[in-house]
Design a binder for this molecule. Structure first.
Ligand code: GLU
Ligand code: ZN
Length: 311
């Protein structure tokens, strides 16, 4: 009998803007376990679109850090900075669908033109440039280079998250028309991530719940471009003991610092215990955790991260 073909494909999608952080490692470990425990593949994409913040040496470091932890991937890594021509193609497809329009607002105007702020502090654009006449567009184009937005429909978009359950968002009022191409020509993360996940064959997106708000627009874009939807698991965030989100400024939780105080199995053991995969803390490798993984065990609410002194 031939084996049942396995179609699960997970992904790592780190932004190489610095050293990996405990929060990134947490998401990467869960993404890897979810795919590998289903017998699936894992791919790596370096999200280095932001040339001001990303550096080639950080890309190499990210790969060394994943390897150090015991997380592997299939295929060659994909670099977003080399794929502008691909994003362009899909941007044109949306343009042909009549969904793209230029936005001449400056940053200050964009903020002024935004509806009440969402819970995460981001603003919802009110769509004012969607209503510009051709004449107005031409006048503005003489002095400014526009950003390019996609017009979202006035519809609610819903999906089932493996970790967060049923999630929904009203696209026009809770998301708003969003930028797909910046005025300097760089394609936005929101477009790149959808195109790349689809072209790389990703079927399962596991990432921090800080990105939950982006998921309805990404799934809508995915369907609008004619791609199949991947499934999602938005994992709880790791918080500092005082309840703040962990940030890059928590340098003591950067992998370089953690490596000074613990081994990879010790670090993985801490995270596995936090994830409910092992009842007591013990050093363990990712491979040893594969048979123990289940989304049912992973807590849904945000968690307090171990601190360097726990190691
Ligand atoms: N590159 C993003 C980050 O490191 C993740 C994007 C994603 O998982 O979709 O925060
Ligand atoms: Zn505008």
């Amino acid at each position: 009998m031939s084996p049942v073909p396995n179609t699960v494909c997970g992904r790592f999608a780190p932004s190489p803007s610095g050293r990996m952080h405990l929060g990134n490692l947490w998401s990467c470990l869960l993404a890897w376990l979810s795919a590998r425990s289903a017998g699936g593949r894992m791919v790596l994409r370096l999200e280095d679109l932001d040339v001001d913040r990303c550096r080639p040496e950080y890309c190499d470091q990210v790969m060394r850090d994943l390897e150090w932890l015991g997380l592997d991937w299939d295929n060659e890594p994909v670099y977003q900075s080399r794929r502008g021509h691909i994003y362009e193609e899909f941007f044109h497809q949306l343009e042909q669908q009549g969904l793209i329009y230029p936005c001449y607002c400056t940053r200050a105007e964009r903020l002024a033109a935004s509806a009440p702020h969402r819970s995460d502090g981001a603003a919802v654009y009110d769509g004012r440039c969607r209503r510009l006449t051709q004449q107005e567009q031409q006048t503005l184009a003489a002095t400014r280079r526009p950003a390019w937005r996609v017009a979202v429909p006035a519809e609610e978009f819903a999906f089932d998250d493996l970790c967060q359950g049923r999630c929904r968002q009203q696209l026009d009022t809770q998301c708003g028309d969003f930028i797909l191409r910046r005025s300097d020509g760089v394609y936005a993360y929101q477009l790149a991530v959808v195109v790349d996940d689809a072209l790389m064959g990703v079927t399962q997106v596991v990432r921090g719940s800080d990105l939950l708000d982006s998921t309805p627009r990404q799934l809508w874009l995915c369907e609008t471009l004619g791609f199949a939807r991947p499934e999602h698991a938005h994992v709880p965030l790791l918080l500092a003991p005082d309840g703040r989100r962990l940030a890059k400024r928590d340098r003591d939780l950067e992998l370089g610092q953690l490596q000074q105080v613990c081994t990879a199995p010790e670090l993985v053991g801490r995270l596995a215990h936090l994830a409910g995969l092992i009842p007591e803390y013990a050093p363990v490798t990712p491979a040893q955790l594969v048979p123990m993984f289940s989304w049912d065990k992973v807590p849904k609410g945000d968690l307090v991260a171990p601190t360097a002194s726990d190691f």
